[in-house]
Design a protein around this ligand. Sequence first.
Ligand SMILES: CC(C)(COP(=O)(O)OP(=O)(O)OC[C@H]1O[C@@H](n2cnc3c(N)ncnc32)[C@H](O)[C@@H]1OP(=O)(O)O)[C@@H](O)C(=O)NCCC(=O)NCCS
Length: 161
Amino acid sequence: MNIRNGRISDVDELTAIEAECFPAAEAAERKSFEDRLKHYADHFWILEDDNGKIISFVNGMVTDEEHLTDKMYENASMHNENGAWQMIFGVNTLPKYRKNGYAEAVLRNVISDAKEQSRKGLVLTCKEKLIHFYGKLGFVDEGVSDSEHGGVVWHEMRLTF
Ligand SMILES: CC(C)(COP(=O)(O)OP(=O)(O)OC[C@H]1O[C@@H](n2cnc3c(N)ncnc32)[C@H](O)[C@@H]1OP(=O)(O)O)[C@@H](O)C(=O)NCCC(=O)NCCS
């Protein structure tokens, strides 16, 4: 297993994994991933097996905005490489590889890179059932976010260095 950053050639594999992990209303589409990879491939963290198959990945832009808003998902040009906050848009592990600690390993890598890059911290939104999972990594629940992404309720969580 190896964790690396993204490249444009990952676009089809990432789109397929996202479609397997999220309902259609929440899943990012190929065009979004293409734009994100063009603007911030280094803010994709991809765990692959020894054959180069992608098992788990995390992605998100960097911004000075303190809150994660829906417009960020589809507007990759909002990425600011020198921004204060590392946003996390998606955490995905292929279903048959879950509960092996892969998402946690990728997230720990994201946290350590964000720290090295002198960010203020990281921000994500998640469904209520995952608050405990991110809590174990140091994220603090700030309550229900304004997000209407996919028509469900999202909690905003923040890890501040
Ligand atoms: C959420 C998601 C990314 C987790 O991926 P994962 O690789 O299974 O995550 P981990 O293995 O690090 O942790 C998941 C659970 O397995 C447990 N686990 C880790 N290693 C384990 C092992 N060897 N044996 C048993 N359980 C284990 C973890 O403690 C964690 O338990 P918890 O849910 O009680 O906190 C994955 O389920 C997914 O892709 N879901 C669909 C998309 C989604 O909802 N993403 C999050 C958006 S906010």
